[in-house]
Design a binder for this molecule. Structure first.
Ligand code: AMP
Ligand code: GLY
Length: 437
């Protein structure tokens, strides 16, 4: 097939629907809106900032059950559905949508196990020689305590299933590991607690790498670095992510190529051997240890807030690439280009995040998004008087691009000052790894 014909087919992409309500989905919508052939982008349910971008709309069906959403996709003649968060992926929304004839970017239920079961993901890594920390898994508290006693060192304790980023405890002492085991089996993480992973503690800087997959082939995005801890200096509790930057300088182009061979391709091949047609993002969270890179987690979707830092770097072809992946035809996609700039993302959270975020505060935003500065909403909504108010823990992120990270972070931080709400909090040291000032 000729190149032009391929591009013609991919330009059939006119209407997109994105499932989710976070900053990740807001930034994907913004990136897609740059594609001239796309006419409408619906975000379901979206947030208070969805409609700020050209061609973007919030879609709030009466009910959020699968049938209603599939009906809405058909009614709106959606050409491509992108599923943002892990929960609907793990619940099999992509399976149901494909059965209904929709074209979907996001793995089916079995592929989503990569994130939804740490034990399953660990087994896949071992089967495919993907480097990872040593581990033990069990469904019994007694056995877990026995393993800990036998190993006689503090271990990292992980609940097996999805736990909104809260199911991992990195322990300094054996006593802490014991407490963490008991906590998992006390039911704190709901059904995430049926099984437990005890993992050897490893050390080193962390970096995230991403592949867009069409079931057979993949392309790799620039690496990014997240900041998971709540407080400056990487202290305090783990959060969903307080900021990010891309491209991460910890790994160069050659390293990324090597990591593609070492981690991403074997993962996709391992999925294929299990007869899983994996369409979507493979996100590998890595730790660069003194004995080489090791995978500490897989996610089956874009990271949040890494996605917000990455989206402004995507070329206009991004929409066609996702569409081609969803159709299993990555070879037909135009080459995805990336801006050579540095991108910085800072997340602003509400008071009480992550334990008990306060909601309902009015947000004042005196910043307009443009090609080098974006405000991506997450936990925001619009009240009856058209005020933007807080509705979640991670409220919004300010993202900026520059020729250097100093320039990008200066622009992001100076514009963050033009936003305020009661109890607003953000880390002032995001990107400390790559900033001089
Ligand atoms: P996860 O939810 O699996 O990404 O884990 C959350 C955080 O816990 C990671 O970003 C790491 O900082 C830390 N972590 C996870 N596994 C290990 C490990 N085996 N050794 C040391 N730290 C870990
Ligand atoms: N920022 C980490 C994640 O999305 O899981």
């Amino acid at each position: 097939m000729t190149k032009n014909k391929n591009h013609e087919e991919l330009s059939e992409l006119k209407r997109v629907l994105i499932i989710g309500s976070g900053g990740r989905e807001n930034s994907i919508a913004w990136a897609l809106s740059k594609n001239n052939s796309i006419e409408q982008i619906y975000v379901c349910p979206g947030n208070g900032g969805t409609a700020n971008f050209e061609k973007c709309f919030s879609l709030k069906p009466k009910s959020e059950d699968e049938k209603t959403i599939i009906f809405e996709c058909q009614r709106l003649k959606i050409d491509l559905v992108i599923i943002g968060p892990e929960v609907p992926l793990a619940d099999g929304l992509a399976n149901k949508m494909r059965e209904a004839g929709l074209t979907v970017f996001g793995p089916c239920r079995d592929g989503a196990l990569l994130e939804a079961s740490k034990e399953w993901a660990k087994a896949l890594m071992i089967e495919n020689n993907i480097p990872t920390a040593r581990y033990w898994s069990t469904g019994s508290e007694e056995k877990a305590l026995e393993i800990l006693q036998r190993f006689n060192q503090p271990l990292v304790i992980k609940a097996d299933g999805l736990a909104a980023g809260k199911g991992v405890t990195v322990c300094e002492t054996i006593e802490q590991s014991k407490e963490a085991i008991k906590e998992v089996f006390s039911g704190k993480f709901g059904c995430a607690a049926n099984k437990i992973i005890l993992e050897e503690k490893i050390e080193g800087p962390e970096v995230s790498i991403f592949a867009l997959c069409d079931g057979e082939k993949l392309i790799v995005l620039p690496p990014a670095q997240d900041h998971k801890r709540l407080l400056e200096g990487d202290k305090g509790p783990n959060t969903g992510g307080m900021g990010a930057y891309a491209p991460a300088l910890l790994i160069n182009e050659k390293d990324l190529k090597d990591l593609t061979e070492l981690v991403l391709i074997p993962t996709l091949n391992g999925l294929k051997r299990k007869k899983i047609n994996y369409i979507g993002v493979i996100y590998a969270g890595l730790m660069l240890t003194s004995s080489g890179p090791k995978v500490i987690e897989f996610n089956c979707r874009f990271g949040d807030p890494e996605c917000q830092a990455l989206m402004p770097l995507m070329g206009e072809e991004f929409a066609s690439v996702l569409f081609a992946c969803a159709r299993g035809e990555l070879e037909k996609a135009p080459k995805l280009s990336f801006a050579s700039s540095c991108s910085a993302c800072i997340v602003a959270t509400s008071k009480g995040y992550p334990e008990s975020p306060k909601k309902g505060d009015k947000i004042n935003i005196n910043v307009e998004s443009n090609s080098s500065l974006q405000v991506f909403h997450a936990g925001t909504t619009i009240d009856e008087s058209e005020n933007i108010i807080t509705s979640g823990g991670r409220v919004l992120s300010v993202v900026a691009q520059g020729e250097s990270f100093d320039e990008a972070f200066d622009l992001a931080y100076s514009n963050l000052k033009k936003i305020n709400f009661d109890g607003m909090y953000f880390r002032r040291d995001i990107g400390y790894q790559v900033r001089d000032n």
